[in-house]
Design a binder for this molecule. Sequence first.
Ligand SMILES: *[C@@H]1O[C@H](CO)[C@@H](O)[C@H](O)[C@H]1NC(C)=O
Length: 145
Amino acid sequence: MKPSSIRTSLLFLPLLAFLLLATQPRLSRADVGTAAQYSPPYTPTACFGNDPSQFPSSNLFAAAGEGIWDNGASCGRQYLVRCISASVSGTCIPSQTIQVRIVDRAQTSSSRPSRDGATIILSTTAFGTIANASAVAVNVEYQQV
Ligand SMILES: *[C@@H]1O[C@H](CO)[C@@H](O)[C@H](O)[C@H]1NC(C)=O
């Protein structure tokens, strides 16, 4: 290649990098934390007791870790959650972003989280949508809607 065409190519590199980054599905203003999972029985919950209508028909719901529990104010809040990394590569399905409803507090949930101390504990359906369902916990970005 002639020096001038190399220069032209170099000029396009930042543009290419920008386009690659811009087309990744990223959440703006998202926080980073950990997501664990929990399985049935899901009731009674700290938020809504035994009311069956608390669970969205999509089964995308979650229990709040202490960091987002907010003394119960988190009940009913909606979060966007996306898996960004895990200890075993290939665990995340990063193209999937889910929206979950907070229905419980992890610390007192009827069934125990797969890992203590996680930011958010996802229903099995929710967890399996963004990551390999057999994982114990993954790193996520999350954002309140
Ligand atoms: C999910 O993880 C398990 C255990 O690590 C592994 O055996 C399985 O192949 C994984 N499934 C997929 C779809 O990656």
